[in-house]
Design a protein around this ligand. Structure first.
Ligand code: ADP
Ligand code: MG
Length: 246
């Protein structure tokens, strides 16, 4: 694997929302590339187009015009079924609201994407345990979502995002619903995953969170206004403790 392999190539991407009365240009001719192994934060004020961009990058929506190439495949004009397939195979999603199944154990939550992929039960269980250990939750396998904290739920969601070996981890405001004291644990995990070679794209409006990334893309009114290496990189202070459960 070459280090500079592009995972995301976006060319002249636009998204226009049309209602009866109004046309909103949510993304206006955006172009950028993200290579394998990068850790990128996408920042911008409310209404700047972050969620629109996240939905397109996540193959949850299609652009009005322009091109999106994900892991060497042009996904700009695929059908809904083809998009769903790409989504499941190539992208590990981490959402602001965790999106775990309630009253279901952490182990089952993490095993679930592998069930849809037809992986045998023993392998599903072993893989889920491995990733739950990695996020420091090896001793919470049989707790249900409502029995653990928000930060722990997000760690379960991160473990779940990894089980099918995605080309890209796409996180939308991953610390938005978490106590500040636990946000550092989440960022420690992202830093560790990136150290291990995972490509991470994280949408956030919080500067403190964005500063954990190696590169920050700023959008405003649907346009990229700045795209540069992060020279003020923060490192999560509790990295070692969180990951010591391995
Ligand atoms: N489904 C939609 N229909 C119409 N306009 C939308 C829709 N979704 C977003 N918009 C508009 O597009 C612009 C960008 O929105 P969004 O991508 O949600 O920004 P952000 O996530 O940065 O707050 C805003 O002006 C918003 O009102
Ligand atoms: Mg948004």
């Amino acid at each position: 694997m070459s280090k500079s392999k592009p995972i995301i190539v976006v060319k002249n991407l636009s998204k226009v929302y049309k209602t009866d009365l109004l046309e909103t240009i949510a993304l206006n001719n955006v172009s950028f590339q993200i290579d394998q192994g990068e850790f990128v934060a996408i920042m911008g004020p409310s209404g700047s187009g972050k969620s629109t961009l996240m939905h397109i990058l996540g193959a949850l929506d299609k652009p009005t015009s322009g091109q999106y190439i994900l892991d060497s495949k042009d996904v700009s004009h695929l059908s809904e079924d083809e998009l769903a397939d790409i989504r499941n195979r190539k992208i590990g999603f981490v959402f602001q609201a965790f999106n775990l199944l309630p009253r279901t154990s952490t182990l089952k939550n993490v095993m679930l994407p592998m069930a849809y992929a037809g992986i045998p039960k023993e392998e599903r269980e072993a893989t889920a345990k491995k990733f739950l250990n990695m996020v420091g939750l090896g001793d919470r396998l049989h707790h249900t979502s409502n029995q653990i904290s928000g930060g722990q739920q997000q760690r379960v969601a991160i473990a779940r995002s990894l089980v099918l070996n995605p080309a890209l981890i796409l996180a939308d405001e991953p610390t938005g619903n978490i106590a500040t004291s636990q946000a550092d644990e989440i960022m420690a995990i992202f830093e560790k995953l990136n150290d291990d070679g995972h490509t991470i794209v994280m949408i956030t409006h919080e500067p403190d969170i964005a500063e954990h990334a190696k590169r920050i893309i700023f959008i405003r009114d649907g346009k990229i206004v700045k795209d540069s290496p992060n020279h003020h990189r923060r490192s999560a202070s509790i990295k070692k403790e969180v990951l010591a459960h391995d």
